[in-house]
Each structure stands twice: as structure tokens, then as C-alpha cells.
Design a protein. Structure first.
Length: 475
């Protein structure tokens, strides 16, 4: 194996976090090599071509809540290709369809009476004295903030499907990270035009989306990073990370050939659990044990290619109910309002599961049939010809936060934080729930902390980590 000349920074993983870091470093003239084991950039935020159409790995949007500096960078890179689009989804709640994000007039006119009555009672109940005791959980936090009706009819059934666990088994951090409206009051405020949230008439009634699919953000970042001098190696699988004084050695297989990359700094956006497995010297036994105890939720993305110009005018449908197995259905053609290819559209259904579940290895046609059955049950039968079924499998879709996960994560994070000139960040690197704009914020923050002389400002990075911990996912 031949070793390259020593690189200033080796970045592992070409998702938004890794790409953002490579771009920010390269534009400052810092030597950077980006390693990605897949043959395309973007990771779970990428796009690919199916039946002559660009489709994403699930439903993705760039949210108006993005940090202004992040939004400025994306606008600069994409220019007129970054479209402003109205949010136009809907959610199936107790057998009825409601606009999603929720809108006050739609709730008033179309919400199931039992749901509206229950929410009203829950709101009145909050005016009475009383409280809860005992250990906090995802269930207790949401039930206290949102009341029984919203929890039992929406959040809890959805949580069981997405996480594969009972709400009472999930850490309260899951609630703080994933639910931006933590109380009925906040939820109502989001519905008021001009308020804080997704109500009609304010900025969150829209989203941003690239003309060529969500993966265009990552692809444009990759092109800009390469133009600025970054080297991007696709099909590069890291086999071992040898940590040594003065420089590190990344042993990898690149396009079938073994090679070595020497680097002054290694920045990892791959799963932090994998970092523990790849490092040499071997991580302490308790760190290895901690890494093995942390789990990710997998996702099956089931694509139906339909012989139809359009299935519905909605960009996404949400299915919290237990009677439907999929959690969300998106129609990629509707996100940028494409008309081409004529006579064809694609549906993308999301089915959470574990990589060791039997359904994970089911064949494409069987999974396509599950989607068709679910849609028929929801009153959305597929009545046109299905020209193709394609499936993509994401083994690391979401980190799982069962009660007590914090202890092994903190041990793993402390170990990683103590490695000399090794930085772990991004969704996978920090075992975090986030959006693309959060990942790009982390990347820019990391680059700011690295001085031109190669020194790294750990105190500033610790302050940035506090900001990351406050991020809440936008749906």
C-alpha cells in the first residue's frame, strides 16, 4: 500500500456535514481529502435517478429555520435553482384528512369532533392544579405538555411506528429533540398567522427545494469544494484509523485498491459507533461496550413508479395511525412542481424497521404490495399501472434514544472527544436528530475552530456543541 503525502484534514463521510466541512476548509486554502464509501455524495440527504426522474431518499426540505449564514451559503451555491415552495401536505387523523402543517381554519372545519373535544378538555385541565411525579420519559413529557388526546391519537402511535418502541420506554430527550411544539399553548401559537411556527401567513408555511432534487445541495457543495481544491474520493471504504503522534493514518480501500492516507487531522461524520470499531489503538472495553449498546433505526424506502402524470397534488401524506404500516408517503415530482417526465410519477413510502427484522430483507414486489394495501386502506387506492417497484434500505436512518441511552453515549462521546486531532460531528457522528441545515451549521462551526496554523480551538468547539444540543428537528 502506498501512502500519500500528509494531508492537513481527512474528512470521513460525504453527507451534508462532511461536504460542508470540506467546502469551508478548501475555500480557505486548507488541504482536505474527503472519503466516501458510496459512489455518490449526500448520504441519506442525496438523490438518484429512477424512471427518468430525480428522487430523494425519503422526504426532505430545506427549512426557513435555517441559520442565516447557512441559508446564504446554499443560496450562493444554488442561485435560481433554489426554489421557494408552499408546504402542501396532509395528515390522516382518526380517519380524516387535515392539512399538514396544521392550519387553524382546517382544524376548525375538518378535525374529528372527538379529537377537538378531547383537546379542549385537555386544555381546560391544564388550568387545574396538579402535576406528575416519577421519572421523566418521552411519554410523560408530551402528555404533560400536549395532553392525552394529541398524544394518544397522534404522537404516541406515530412514535411506536417510527422508533419501534413504546413511548414510555423512550428517553425524554427524544421529546425535546423531535417535538418542536411541546405544549398545547405552543401548538396553538404555531397556528396563528404571524405567530411562531407553521401557521399560514408566516415564513414556515413555505420551504426551499432545489430544482434537481434535494441531493442537488450536496452535489453542488461537492462541486464547489472540488473547485476550491478539495479532493473527493468516492468508493473509499475506511478499514482502520491508526492514531499516532504527529499524524494519523487512514487505511482504506479505494475503488477496490488498498491504500493509505496520512493526515494531520481526521474529522469523522460516520456513525460514532463505527469510529470506535475502526480506531487503533483499540478503544477501551467500556467504550466498545457502550458503542454496541447504541442502536439506530433503519428505514425501508419503497418507490412505486406509476403510469400517471400525478397521484395527488400533495407533496407528502403522514400516517400516524396504527392501522397503516407506512409512516409517510411523498411524491417527489410535486416538491419542485415538475411536469416532466410526462405520464409518469413516483411515490416514495417510508417504512421504519430494524435491519434484523424479517421485513428488511423482503423482496421488492412484496414491499410494493404492502404500500398498495396501506394506501387502499387509507382511501388512496393506486388505480393506475405500477410500472416498477424499487427499494432503498437505510440502516442508519435515526438514532434510537431508549431510557438510559445517555450513559453509554456520554462515555463514547467523552472517548471520542479525548482523541488528539480527531473530531466527530454531524448527524451520525454525534448520534443526533437533526436537519440538513443543522449539519451544515456544525460543519461551518468546525471549520471556524481550525486555525490556518493547524491548531484547533477546543473551547470554542465546546461552546458550539452547546448550541447543537439546543437544535430541534423541523418536520
Amino acid at each position: 500500500m502506498n501512502a500519500d503525502a500528509t494531508t492537513r484534514v481527512a474528512v470521513l463521510g460525504a453527507g451534508p456535514a462532511g461536504l460542508g466541512a470540506a467546502y469551508e476548509l478548501a475555500r480557505r486554502g486548507i488541504d482536505v481529502v474527503l472519503l466516501e464509501q458510496q459512489d455518490a455524495v449526500g448520504g441519506n440527504a442525496g438523490s438518484f435517478e429512477l424512471a427518468g426522474m430525480r428522487v430523494d431518499f425519503g422526504s426532505h426540505r430545506l427549512h426557513p429555520a435555517s441559520d442565516p449564514a447557512v441559508m446564504a451559503t446554499v443560496r450562493e451555491l444554488l442561485g435560481d435553482d433554489l426554489l421557494e415552495r408552499p408546504r402542501h401536505g396532509r395528515i390522516r387523523l382518526m380517519g380524516r384528512w387535515l392539512h399538514f402543517p396544521l392550519k387553524a381554519p382546517d382544524l376548525a372545519l375538518h378535525a374529528p369532533p372527538r379529537f377537538a373535544f378531547g383537546v379542549g378538555l385537555d386544555l381546560l385541565g391544564k388550568l387545574l392544579p396538579g402535576g406528575t411525579s416519577g421519572e421523566e420519559t418521552f411519554a410523560s413529557v408530551l402528555r404533560k405538555g400536549l395532553g392525552a388526546t394529541i398524544c394518544d391519537e397522534f404522537y404516541f402511535p406515530y412514535a411506536r411506528k417510527i422508533w419501534g418502541m413504546e413511548p414510555s420506554e423512550l428517553s425524554p430527550i427524544q421529546a425535546y429533540k423531535r417535538v418542536s411544539s411541546g405544549s398545547i399553548g405552543k401548538m396553538l401559537k404555531r397556528l396563528i398567522p404571524g405567530g411562531t411556527g407553521s401557521g399560514a401567513g408566516n415564513a414556515k408555511g413555505i420551504f426551499y427545494y432545489p430544482k434537481q432534487g434535494y441531493g442537488q445541495i450536496s452535489e453542488t457543495l461537492a462541486d464547489a469544494a472540488a473547485s476550491a481544491g478539495a479532493e473527493i474520493r468516492l468508493g473509499a471504504q475506511v478499514k482502520r484509523l491508526v492514531l499516532a503522534d504527529g499524524h494519523h493514518r487512514v487505511e482504506l480501500e479505494h475503488q477496490g485498491q488498498p491504500c493509505i492516507l496520512e493526515a494531520e487531522h481526521v474529522w469523522s461524520t460516520i456513525p460514532v459507533t463505527a469510529l470506535a470499531r475502526l480506531s487503533d489503538p483499540t478503544a477501551p472495553d467500556d467504550v466498545v461496550t457502550a458503542a454496541r449498546s447504541l442502536r439506530f433505526r433503519g428505514m425501508l424506502l419503497i418507490y412505486l413508479v406509476l403510469d400517471s402524470q400525478q397521484f395527488t397534488p400533495f407533496d407528502a401524506h403522514y400516517f400516524p395511525g396504527a392501522d397503516i404500516r407506512i409512516t409517510r408517503l411523498s411524491e417527489p415530482k410535486n416538491y419542485p412542481a415538475r411536469s416532466e417526465p410526462a405520464g409518469t410519477t413516483v411515490l416514495c413510502a417510508e417504512l421504519p424497521c430494524q435491519p434484523d427484522d424479517e421485513i428488511w430483507s423482503a423482496d421488492d414486489e412484496s414491499l410494493g404490495q404492502i404500500v398498495r394495501e396501506d394506501l387502499a386502506r387509507a382511501g388512496l387506492p393506486v388505480e393506475c399501472a405500477v410500472k416498477q417497484v424499487a427499494v432503498r434500505r437505510l440502516p442508519h436512518a435515526y438514532p434510537l434514544y431508549p431510557i438510559g441511552y445517555e450513559k453509554p453515549f456520554d462515555r463514547l462521546d467523552d472517548w471520542a472527544d479525548g482523541l488528539d486531532r480527531v473530531l466527530t460531528f454531524g448527524r451520525q457522528g454525534l448520534y443526533a436528530h437533526d436537519n440538513t441545515h443543522h449539519a451544515l451549521y456544525m460543519a461551518a462551526a468546525a471549520a471556524r475552530c481550525l486555525a490556518d496554523d493547524g491548531s484547533f480551538d477546543h473551547e470554542e468547539w465546546a461552546r458550539e456543541r452547546k448550541i447543537f444540543e439546543s437544535h430541534v428537528v423541523e418536520d
